[in-house]
Design a protein around this ligand. Structure first.
Ligand code: ZN
Length: 477
């Protein structure tokens, strides 16, 4: 039995604007930034006025009033603009304000203010999560459009390209992936970075899905636990199909390369590190010079050239990783009905390694290197991909579990003991003698906890790690 589900998805394509079209797009980005900054100014003034007033006297500007002032200011400066772009800027700015005062952001900000020590840190903490001004000199630029007055067509000359009709202009884009049938366009974002121009279509479409998976009808053998590590993604089930589909360069059985060190990525990473070092030497030298000669601190054109090289490399590395994560997460969500991952929020991975009373900064160097690698692996991005694909696209089960002691708990007998982990790369249970790779072991414990959270269970005795339903779990215990 199938049912229909409405899903939202973003589709991003590379744009190939002509030189004249560069100017058209750059101008819209400039207008977007200006409109955004005018809104920022208005809001800031209003905020200052309201600050000391009692609640009933506080006055807030309406959206229409923001738009009117923006229009007047841009007209006064004799700039040509489209009201769609300025309105989108205002919408995004007000969204940013809303985010800045959301419960989550406010508590983060308060925490940062509390722990800040130097005046510089304090200032930074106060502005945490607050909307910032948009500079047209930044590498990344963008503007938004709604779904009005634009069309997407296939290029009549070359099927590999599409034509986006926008701002009375035909923009060519590389149509590398078909938009889903019967889609509805909800928004357009045009962006630009160090590698070129892009268009992202916000799409709404109806997807046919099999009956939603629930804890009642799930095939438990189609459930998997995932443990994220600095270099690999360890999984509780055999995923040889990932190697067969040529998705990840190294993926055998229960370990998938997470892209932190894949051959190509490493090459780019090494060259970008070399450039970064070169760059920081340059900055230090100039800093010294300007201090010694009492001249203005100024970086030359070589600095700018190197920086744009670094930006391009960083983008390339990010693209590769993004692509890899999309492929792995799609393969996993297509195959498994239940996916359990560690709750990264509680995982002690990016904590400062400055040390505390107990550790006294021991292993600080080692840990900070690891921290960097871990953060590099951008787990959050990967987990959110799985989350979205599993629950929003496929109506399957997804759960984040508490990762505490997963590395010390035996998946076979449940024994939790620090001594189960005699070495970094070895797991050996002190109770039942079970021996395995510690990461795979952790993924099995994660699966067990994931199943338990849905009232399902796994047999601890069966060495094949067979799963069963909670009724039999009760009988067993
Ligand atoms: Zn054991």
């Amino acid at each position: 039995m199938t049912k229909e589900k409405i899903v939202n998805f973003g589709y991003k394509y590379r744009l190939y604007p002509t030189k004249d079209q560069h100017q058209i797009l750059d101008h819209q980005m400039f207008i977007y930034n200006q409109a955004y900054n005018i809104c920022h100014n208005l809001w800031y003034k209003e905020n200052n006025k309201n600050k000391d007033l009692p609640k009933e006297l506080k006055k807030y500007r309406s959206a229409v009033s923001y738009d009117t002032v923006v229009k007047r200011a841009l007209k006064f400066r004799k700039l040509s603009f489209s009201t769609v772009v300025t309105q989108q800027a205002r919408i995004n700015f007000l969204k940013a304000v809303k985010r800045a005062f959301s419960k989550d952001t406010v508590s983060k900000r308060l925490k940062a203010i509390e722990s800040a020590q130097t005046p510089k840190e304090k200032a930074k903490a106060y502005s945490l999560g607050m909307p910032t001004f948009k500079s047209s000199r930044d590498v990344f630029q963008s503007f938004n459009w709604n779904n009005q007055g634009c069309h997407i067509n296939k290029s009549p000359l070359n099927k590999r390209f599409g034509i986006l009709r926008l701002l009375k202009t035909n923009f060519k884009f590389r149509y590398h992936r078909e938009l889903p049938e019967n889609h509805k366009l909800s928004s357009i974002t045009i962006s630009k970075d160090s590698t070129g121009y892009f268009v992202s279509f916000g799409i709404e479409f109806t997807k046919q899905i099999d009956l939603a998976v629930s804890s009642e009808n799930i095939d438990i053998s189609k459930s998997i636990g995932i443990d994220l590590n600095a270099y690999t993604i360890a999984v509780s089930n055999n995923v040889d199909f990932i190697a067969q589909q040529n998705i990840s360069p190294v993926s055998m059985g229960h370990l998938i390369d997470n892209g932190a060190t894949n051959r190509k990525g490493l090459k780019y990473k090494t060259s970008s590190l070399v450039l970064l070092r070169k760059q920081s030497r340059r900055v230090l030298k100039e800093l010294e010079n300007s201090k010694k000669n009492k001249t203005k601190f100024k970086l030359g054109s070589n600095h700018r050239k190197t920086q744009s090289k670094i930006n391009r490399l960083t983008k390339k590395i990010a693209n590769q990783k993004n692509d890899l994560y999309h492929k792995i997460s799609t393969a996993l969500t297509n195959t498994f009905d239940l996916i359990a991952v560690e709750d990264l929020k509680t995982k002690n991975m990016s904590k400062s390694s400055k040390g505390n009373e107990i550790v006294h900064g021991k292993k600080v160097k080692q840990k900070s290197g690891l921290n960097r690698t871990i953060l590099n692996a951008s787990f959050y991005q990967f987990v959110s991909m799985i989350h979205y694909k599993q629950t929003m696209l496929n109506d399957k089960l997804f759960v984040k579990v508490n990762p505490q002691y997963t590395s010390q708990e035996c998946s076979q007998c449940g024994n939790i003991d620090k001594a189960n982990r005699p070495k970094q790369d070895k797991f050996q249970c002190t109770a039942c003698g079970f021996e395995t790779n510690p990461d795979i072991q952790a993924s099995k414990t994660i699966l067990k906890r994931g199943l338990q959270s849905f009232g399902l269970g796994t047999s601890l005795v069966d060495s094949k790690h067979k799963a069963f339903r909670s009724t039999s779990l009760e009988v067993a215990s």
